[in-house]
Design a protein around this ligand. Sequence first.
Ligand SMILES: *Cc1c(COP(=O)(O)O)cnc(C)c1O
Length: 380
Amino acid sequence: MPKSYTFLDLDLVNRPYMADIRAALDRVALSGRYVGGPEVDAFENELAAATGTRYAVGVSNGLDALRLIFRAYILLGRLQPGDEVLVAANTYVASVLAVSDAGLRPVLVDADGETMNMSADAAARAVTPRTRAILPVHLYGRTCWDEKMKDLVREHDLIVVEDNAQAIGARSAVSGIDDRSHNTGALGHAAAFSFYPTKNIGALGDAGAVTTDDSELAATVRALANYGSDRRYHNIFKGFNCRLDPLQAAVLRVKLPHLDAVGKARDEVAAAYLSHIVSPYVRQPLPSVEGDCVWHQFVVRCDSRDELRAYLAANGVQTDINYPLPVHRQPCYVKEFAGCSFPVAERLSDTLLCLPVSACTSVADACEISEIINSYVPGQ
Ligand SMILES: *Cc1c(COP(=O)(O)O)cnc(C)c1O
């Protein structure tokens, strides 16, 4: 039987931490504190320290982190319903759902063909008098932040909400809006994290967080996520229940200290692909420069993508496509974006292929997968 290369096996990813995870789950189970409490507080402090922000607020998942940020800005009067928010056309749908949910208007911006992130030039062209915020999505783990985007933000005084679901631990060459940090999650005014199990740091279920240096925003997000209450049985907002589960906080406290090691391992696999794939039919992603990409996905492009994917599958290599249908083509958004076209995003969804890059993939695996890719000839 030929060797098989799994795309992602979460059981294998979590196995090295399992003794510590079990101990952490046990600790919560025996604590009697099953909502909020010391595990959540400690995780928030550790995440804020790792990110370099003053505040972190644990929440239920990444989508809720984004929704709560936008709703908090509206409650604080810093955004108004109907305001326009610039967001990448090739992102995961959740980024856009959060904007819609808050009653704001998502304005899709096409990707840059090199970085596969939102193009700052296209963002500049999409600005209107109603543009108030921008949502840089650090897609595939690559920082979406450069001098052009920073200039655009300053010129139009935009609120910057980072979607950091895929890029925890990444560092931008360019410092954030207030020049305090280079870390994703600390570049803008607020950031959303997801700890969905497949993310670089994943929980054993849904989990997320908001980071910010803004005490008012942090307090508003925290209250909104807890029925809108600022203290017990006292509700200042019509809120939600979007709290981080202490069991998940305890699991994340085990994994967060390994963030650098996780990034290094992914970087080694990515480097192996980058140096071994030499196929004229396959386009490689840009390399990571000083940690500006943490390789949530390793994304190649091929004109005959579906055929390449089938060829790899026949040779035991599992792959994935993030994402096969752009947001403006999703049934829930076709009407809203009727007549819009985003040629780079559309082409990406037809040609991109995600290769295995998780802890299940060794450098040797990446070299072998590269050889299989190099042996692919279209139409044979
Ligand atoms: C995963 C993800 C989200 C949503 O996070 P959940 O925790 O799954 O709700 C949002 N944006 C991006 C870019 C993501 O990859």
